[in-house]
Design a protein around this ligand. Sequence first.
Ligand SMILES: NC(=O)c1ccc[n+]([C@@H]2O[C@H](COP(=O)([O-])OP(=O)(O)OC[C@H]3O[C@@H](n4cnc5c(N)ncnc54)[C@H](OP(=O)(O)O)[C@@H]3O)[C@@H](O)[C@H]2O)c1
Length: 326
Amino acid sequence: MRAIQITQAGAPEVLQVCERPRPEAGPGEVLIRVLAAGVNRPDVLQRLGHYAPPPGASDLPGLEVAGEIVGGDLAASPFRQGELVCALVQGGGYAEYCVAPIGQCLPIPAGLTPVEAASLPETYFTVWSNVFGRAGLAAGETLLVQGGSSGIGVTAIQLARARGHRVFATAGSDEKCRACEAMGAEKAINYKTEDFAAVVKAATGGKGVDVVLDMVAGDYLAREISCLADDGRIVVIALLGGAKAQIDAGQILRRRLTITGSTLRPRPVAFKAAIAAELRQHAWPLLASGAVQPVIHATFPLEQAAAAHALMESSTHIGKIILTVA
Ligand SMILES: NC(=O)c1ccc[n+]([C@@H]2O[C@H](COP(=O)([O-])OP(=O)(O)OC[C@H]3O[C@@H](n4cnc5c(N)ncnc54)[C@H](OP(=O)(O)O)[C@@H]3O)[C@@H](O)[C@H]2O)c1
């Protein structure tokens, strides 16, 4: 099969077309003929040599696909041969064929194309498990999404809004801010020209938000604490602004704050399968009804994976970038 491999750590050009044997599905897995594969920032980190695949995972990049089930452990699968699914995978998505654990496959939501479906798994699994799982965003609570125009951000804004929450977001341009507001953010803050903590605090009548979804960390943490409500939770999913932070720990104990975080990829299949079941129950109906929608910024043929990565690293995109497989 044709695939995209990372020939060495480096610039987007290290992504090159290669020929690889078709992967073989083991027990509890299906083989998918890939129609489309999502591009995610963790793929960029992997390409740069900062995010090694977990033991046993494919060295090929790609954490989510949509396509047709063509084989594997069909006896153990609720999906049939020929059925279209989307799946969260351990790696290997940038290829014509990819193996997926059955529990990490979901049907393509009604009315969506394979390209749209390929944009869903990585961000929906991540947002669901962190915002509604770890941080426990509860009815009536407010959410601040850092990086609101990212793939993760557009999912977090829409899901939280569709579930009735007030949502605030940050982004690096006025155009991105307007897009976040069109997707349901009550107010999006251009962090280059405005102080997000002051804006959020004022908009919540001085109370602050209950949950922050943070992909920046670094010096954002102290500012997030300053606009977090009592009993508030910050969930860190990336360190785009750096790993080191100086915070006032007194705030944590006086105001009962929680700072937590997680990475999805190394978690066991059973954990991801449990998220898939929750998504199918709570998020897939919202996708089928159009209450939340895939946001596709651009598609590239598989062979142009390098151009897709260059676009992602330009950070000019709003939403998701997808590779299509002929
Ligand atoms: N923990 C997990 O399980 C998990 C899972 C998936 C993804 N992630 C992480 O979540 C983040 C978003 O992923 P994604 O695929 O949605 O990425 P993405 O679409 O490329 O979005 C990243 C956005 O972050 C903003 N940003 C803020 N500070 C930045 C900085 N210092 N450098 C570069 N960009 C910066 C940029 O928008 P502005 O122009 O608005 O700044 C950029 O568009 C990534 O860091 C990824 O590694 C974590």
